[in-house]
Design a protein around this ligand. Structure first.
Ligand SMILES: [Zn+2]
Length: 102
């Protein structure tokens, strides 16, 4: 079972309390974007074998969106962080590097 700790309320919630929101850190295509860029924004997503940065909503808790770094092979969660950032925080990146070094 997937368990993620909500960075807002600190509750370790299982997947039945959460709602997935897809890939995190997707950059929106602006009104000046060409069709290929807009198509990529709408439909193209990473599907990595390994660490994936994802959006989740604590739907049966505080209701807020947050991001999680999860390994799609091992289901190991490297950490969660608020959704109001444009890139993963350094402590999450350090945790990923530490897991890879083992
Ligand atoms: Zn919460």
């Amino acid at each position: 079972m997937l368990i993620l700790t909500c960075p807002y309320c600190g509750i370790a919630a299982d997947e039945t309390e959460l709602h997935p929101g897809g890939e995190a850190h997707v950059v929106r295509a602006g009104p000046e974007a060409d069709e290929d860029t807009f198509e990529a924004y709408l439909f193209q997503r990473a599907n990595p074998r390994g660490v994936h940065f994802e959006r989740w909503r604590h739907s049966h808790g505080c209701g807020k969106w947050f991001h999680a770094a999860r390994d799609t092979l091992t289901m190991q969660v490297h950490g969660t962080y608020p959704a109001q950032v444009t890139e993963p925080p350094q402590d999450i990146l350090d945790a990923i590097e530490e897991a890879r070094a083992r």
